[in-house]
Design a binder for this molecule. Structure first.
Ligand SMILES: Cc1cc2nc3c(=O)[nH]c(=O)nc-3n(C[C@H](O)[C@H](O)[C@H](O)COP(=O)(O)O)c2cc1C
Length: 215
């Protein structure tokens, strides 16, 4: 990443002998929720791009990206920028970077460490995936999907992921970032590397970075 100081603190904690899950979350800078490109212009610009610069995303950009994806936009209820059936909030966003793997905690607006390893190459089968600075992995936690509608978990989790992915597409259009949502994943290998449980399903992944020509 361009600014590695905040990640460095985290890595020191891990090197100090704590298991990743015991390390304190990494607080992201508060998201900048004003401004950006007008919506209609962002819709005009939305597209899939498969050529990325290896330059990392600054913490503020990562913060804004994750807030746009599924951050809390109504703090009183904890509800988010993306809808979810029955407000299950079943999709967790794993964030794979060169510095390690995290899961986004929307309530704390923080990254919780998952693995002190670069597993970007495992998040997709295409050649640009390992080199791009950020790969988001959308994982459904099926345990949160209870009550009416829970007989259609796959359908609802896929729909919820689609909303998040489109939020990311629109943020990237607005911020001049490149992105592509991806289904081409070796899900078994990735789930094993991340240590997912039997009730966690990888739905899609999404690569984000600066366009190759910009840097
Ligand atoms: C569910 C889904 C899965 C996709 N999987 C991949 C993928 O694995 N690899 C890829 O390069 N693009 C993938 N795409 C992106 C599509 O190829 C892309 O959206 C389509 O070609 C239209 O281009 P556009 O997004 O620029 O409009 C996927 C899109 C969706 C909606």
């Amino acid at each position: 990443m361009r600014n590695r100081a905040w990640v460095g603190i985290l890595m020191m904690s891990i090197a100090g002998g704590l298991a990743a899950q015991e390390v304190e979350p990494v607080n992201l800078p508060p998201p900048q929720t004003e401004g950006g490109m007008p919506l209609m212009q962002a819709l005009k610009e939305r597209r899939s791009t498969r050529e990325f610069s290896p330059v990392g995303l600054p913490p503020q950009v990562l913060s804004d990206l994750l807030w746009a994806a599924a951050g809390v936009n109504r703090p009183a209820s904890g509800k988010r920028t993306a809808p979810s059936a029955r407000d299950w909030r079943e999709i967790d966003i794993y964030v794979a970077t060169a510095d390690g793997t995290y899961v986004f905690d929307p309530n704390a607006h923080a990254l919780r460490p998952v693995l002190p390893r670069d597993i970007r190459a495992l998040t997709g089968t295409q050649d640009f995936v390992p080199r791009a600075p950020v790969n988001l992995v959308y994982v459904a936690n099926l345990d949160r999907m209870t009550g009416p509608g829970s007989d259609q978990k796959g359908l609802y989790a896929a729909a919820a992921t689609g909303f998040i992915a489109q939020n990311v597409y629109l943020y990237c259009a607005s911020a001049g970032l490149a992105t592509v949502v991806r289904g081409s994943i070796d899900r078994e290998a990735l789930a094993a590397a991340v240590g997912l449980g039997p009730n966690q399903t990888i739905i899609l992944a999404q690569t984000v970075g600066y366009p190759k020509t910009a840097h």
